[in-house]
Design a protein around this ligand. Sequence first.
Ligand code: ZN
Length: 421
Amino acid sequence: MRCATAHLSTGGSRRAILLVALDTAVLSTTIATLVRRFQSIRQPGETMRLARPLNMIALVAVLVGHGILLVALLVGVHAAFSQSSTAVEPIQPEEVAPGVFVFPSHNATEEVVDGNSTFIIGSKAVLVVDAPSMRLTRQHLAWLRRRTSLPVRYLVNTHFHLDHVSGNQILADAFPGLSILASEYTKRIGDRRLPALIAAAGRPGGTDSTIERAKRLVATGRDEEGKELAPFEAERIRRAVAYLTRELPDRKLRRYVGPTEIVGSERRIDLGGRTVCVRNYPGHTLGDIVAIVEDAGVLITGDLVVSPVPYGTGNTVFRQWSASLRALEALPRINTIVPGHGGVMRSWDYVRLEREAIDSLTAQVNAAVREGLTFEETKARVNMSRFRDLFAGSDPDRRLAFDNYFLGIRRAFDEASGLVD
Ligand SMILES: [Zn+2]
């Protein structure tokens, strides 16, 4: 029996304040690409015409193979309070269905972000979808220990981005024999790229120097090009510094623990009394997989769906992303959607809006390419202001995140030009 009916074969002037190359080998040509990308991103419709470019880069980005890997690269100010990496703070998940617990992240528009994590408990075993950071995964595990003595037998990595897999080692160490499932693409790219990235972030000159650079920005109130930071930008950097300072001890302990099993087009996993179906739906990357808890009607999407603003990256393939969302919308009996970041959803409204935004972006870019416009001309023409308002309203952090984390004009342009497979 298949797990679901619909099936998709796998098949202005943005200015960067900081760019920390965590993997100089990979990034030798990447910095320039990143700068181009961020410049191109800074433009949705009138965004492109914003008189004053927003600063900051904190995002996280490192080109990997076909695109950009979210990794934390930013910034900061008080380093003062570093806390023990082994401290486990109490944390409570949301039980979205009987035995299905979600630890939602609420920092999706920040400079450094964490993915959501979901725990599915059967009568024989536990399956976890995504392990965002070592610190959070430790907290999640502490909660699980209080809840049940059942072992975590399966960990699903929805894709290879570090904000979803950095906690792999916590669960692998706690549960020998743990199966870590991912797509072939996710395993291939992760195995190839992440060991060096993780090592670089933990070494002197990695995350520690990012923090120092960010502190200088806040101290001076100016970005690295000397332009004044807006108050909300300075606040973002301060928050990122606080986050990275807290993460620093773990960055030194982190090691790459990759997938142990490849999921083909589909895999059904029996947890005892309930089945989780894991399937390929590429788009955010070429290797996204989703998990479906059939008896509970819960769909866990990874970064195919992110709230409050969608995430497109240098790994994104827009046409596949839209097709995958459409296929997910056709799944039967789904009543709960757990996005890759942000709060749990009980309707498809947000997913539809996200798909419409993707379709609008690709349609505009495709039309421009058909007319023979250059990339710069395309950038100037594309207008996503309606969607920017719908997703972000007047919130400056959300608007910045919409521009930086979703509007992949360059990637969409390359795709329309036939440069993306
Ligand atoms: Zn991602």
